[in-house]
Each structure stands twice: as structure tokens, then as C-alpha cells.
Design a protein around this ligand. Structure first.
Ligand code: SAM
Length: 172
């Protein structure tokens, strides 16, 4: 089971980024995406709507209790941050530790509280330069999990081709 916790969502300002964090998490196989920060019903609903149309069972929800999400998680807890240890230096250890265990990946928006650094198993950087939670999440999940290709019960599905018209509607 893979869960992604997105901290510090700011309604309005972070809508597109948070939506893309969710879609990225889903594409790389997250079972659950939890948003913390400002409660933003529209952003959550738009993600659920996309998941409904494109399939899969990814759960999307909001929490005020983000510390509990981290503290109570049973499995390996990884926080992605530009200040963390380099992914290339830790990848073998991470792969070994993730095998057969639940995985929690935490990404931020604005400054992440020091508490998070102290209450995860790993603080991992995807390069030690500032960039984006979307990029960091995609690279990290691609390294440790890989792309998910099958999404059950989709209304629409792309047939890979050179022609974008070859999108077809499935019967439910
Ligand atoms: N100073 C922040 C930090 O701690 O990484 C950068 C804020 S950045 C706008 C928002 C989020 O993107 C961060 O909380 C982190 O999860 C992710 N992020 C940005 N750069 C990263 C990097 N080089 N490696 C891993 N994660 C990164």
C-alpha cells in the first residue's frame, strides 16, 4: 500500500499543483492521497471526478490531523525535501526496506515544519536544489515503484497511438 501526504495546501494558490500532486501519485500507483493545509472541497472533488472517469481505486481525502497521519502510519515513512539525503545514495537501502511494506511519501508546499523531519524514517532529496513537489514525487515513485498501467472500471481510456482521436469510451 502506498500513501501520499501532501502538506500545506493553500486554496486558490496551490490548486493546480495539488491536483497534479494527486494525479501524479495516482499514475505511480498510490492507493491513497491525503491533503492537509486549507480544506479545499473543490480541489478534492475535481480529483475524485477525474479518478471516477479514468478509473482506479485511489482514495482522496482531507485531514486536519496531519501529524497523526505520519505518527500512526505503519510502514516506511519518507519525506521528500531538497535538504534530504541524496536519492542515489539511499536507493538500495530504500528498495530493501520498502519491499513488502507500506510506504508513506510526504511532500510539502510552503516551509515544512521541523517536526516532519524528525518523525519520518528518511528525508530524501531528488537533487539538492529547490524544484517542485510534483517532480520530486514522480522521480521518487518511479525509482521505488514504477508506473501503474491498469486502472479498473475506467469510463475512458487512451489507446496508445500517434493519433489523439483514438480515445475510446468503455461500457461499464
Ligand atoms: N524549501 C522546500 C523544501 O524543503 O524542499 C522547497 C519547497 S517546494 C516549493 C515544495 C515541496 O517540493 C517541498 O516541500 C518538497 O516536498 C518538494 N521538493 C522541492 N524540491 C525538492 C528536491 N530537490 N528534492 C525533494 N523534494 C523537493
Amino acid at each position: 500500500m502506498t500513501k501520499v501526504l501532501r502538506l500545506g495546501h493553500r486554496a486558490g494558490r496551490d490548486d493546480r499543483i495539488s491536483t497534479h500532486v494527486g494525479l501524479t501519485a495516482r499514475q505511480w500507483g498510490a492507493d491513497e492521497i491525503v491533503f492537509a493545509g486549507e480544506r479545499d472541497v473543490n480541489m478534492l472533488e475535481s480529483q475524485r471526478d477525474i479518478i471516477h472517469r479514468w478509473g482506479g481505486k485511489t482514495e482522496v481525502r482531507y485531514t486536519e490531523e496531519w501529524k497523526e497521519e505520519i505518527r500512526d502510519f505503519e510502514g516506511l515513512k519518507v519525506h521528500l525535501t531538497m535538504y534530504g539525503e541524496k536519492i542515489d545514495d539511499k536507493i538500495d537501502q530504500l528498495e530493501e526496506e520498502i519491499e513488502d511494506r507500506n510506504l508513506l511519501v510526504v511532500v510539502g508546499a510552503e516551509k515544512v515544519p521541523r517536526w516532519v523531519y524528525k518523525n519520518v524514517d528518511y528525508n530524501i532529496s531528488v537533487g539538492n536544489q529547490p524544484h517542485s513537489e510534483i517532480a520530486a514525487l514522480a522521480v521518487f515513485l518511479d525509482r521505488v515503484k514504477g508506473l501503474k498501467e491498469d486502472f479498473e472500471d475506467a469510463d475512458i481510456e487512451v489507446e496508445p497511438s500517434q493519433d489523439r482521436k483514438l480515445t475510446r469510451k468503455k461500457q461499464k
